[in-house]
Design a protein around this ligand. Structure first.
Ligand code: PMP
Length: 295
């Protein structure tokens, strides 16, 4: 993720990642209280373009509010910092990781200090390009009455790591998690869609992270004339489907070949998901989307 020369943004300063320090009494380390984002930039003819920067930082501001942290920076300021981060590290196709972490505090109330660090590194398509064999996890997503699941909070990712690790130990590529009621929720770090009779289905908001890629893909699909239905469904509903895929910033759009050993009907290249993936790639790279322009 970094070498001796890599610079990160830390609380208003540019510091070497290798020399930056964090407090071992930081509440984020002990209790998982913190918020983060995962953002991508793409090389375009006019230089690096950060995809949906505004949406990502609005979500970071919201996630931080959920843990009682009011960030002093606006999404516009965050975006400017990220462009500078890319430039200082000579990055174009990069993954950007802003992290809001807490000051030292061992009490079970939020520390009244927090820190902001932003790092970036080159990162290929997470989960690769091949369609995945997916396992319905024995782990459920946390109950949204126990945690604000619409927020991207550090501690939530212990659940993701346990689910992914279990799936990989059994020879699968990735996990698919249910919610506490047994409805399909999402992957450890991605939203889920399936296709049946040329209609796309995805779980509604409530038990999932409101993915920025999810919203983008729904928009593209509707633009292409497909119906997209947000509804609750169970693993049994997935036994007779045409195709399925994950969406996420790191994952982009990644096809699913099988769920619990049962193959989907279509080859990935013949699915709606694949044409959405091509459209996504084409648009972000050709910068057709004017999502947030710096003034
Ligand atoms: N669900 C979870 C649990 C995630 O971690 C992510 C990745 N941020 C997503 C969904 C997809 O969200 P996005 O498209 O905004 O990256």
């Amino acid at each position: 993720y970094y070498d001796d020369e890599t610079l990160i943004y830390l609380d208003g300063n540019w510091v070497k990642a290798a020399e930056a320090k964090a407090d071992l009494f930081c509440q984020t380390l002990h209790y998982g209280l913190g918020a983060f984002e995962g953002i991508r930039s793409y090389a375009t003819p006019e230089g690096p373009h950060i995809f949906k920067a505004h949406e990502h930082f609005e979500r970071l501001i919201l996630s931080s509010k959920k843990i009682h942290v009011n960030l002093a920076l606006s999404s516009h300021e965050f975006t400017e910092i990220c462009y500078e981060l890319l430039s200082r590290n000579n990055l174009t196709n990069a993954y950007i990781r802003p992290l809001v972490y807490m000051g030292a505090n061992m009490a079970l109330t939020p520390s009244n200090t927090h820190h902001i660090m932003i790092a970036a590194w080159e990162w290929g398509k997470y989960l690769g390009s091949q369609p995945l064999d997916v396992e319905i996890s024995s782990y459920q997503r946390p109950n949204p009455k126990a945690f604000p699941m619409e927020a991207k909070i550090v501690g939530h990712y212990s659940n993701s790591i346990l689910a992914s690790t279990e799936a990989k130990a059994k020879g699968y590529d990735e996990a698919l998690l249910l919610d506490g009621q047994g409805f399909v929720a999402e992957g450890p770090g991605a939203n889920f869609f399936y296709e049946k009779n040329e209609v796309l289905y995805t779980p509604p908001l409530g038990n999932i992270l409101p993915g920025i890629t999810r919203a983008t893909i729904m928009e593209y699909a509707r633009e292409m004339g497909y119906r997209v239905v947000e509804k609750l469904f169970t693993p049994e509903d997935l036994t007779d489907i045409d195709s399925a895929f994950f969406t996420g910033t790191a994952t982009e759009v990644t096809g699913i070949r099988s769920i619990d050993g049962k193959a989907v009907k279509l080859d990935w290249e013949d699915s709606i998901g694949y044409s959405l993936f091509l459209m996504y790639r084409q648009r972000v790279i050709n910068k057709e989307i004017q999502d947030f322009t710096l003034v």
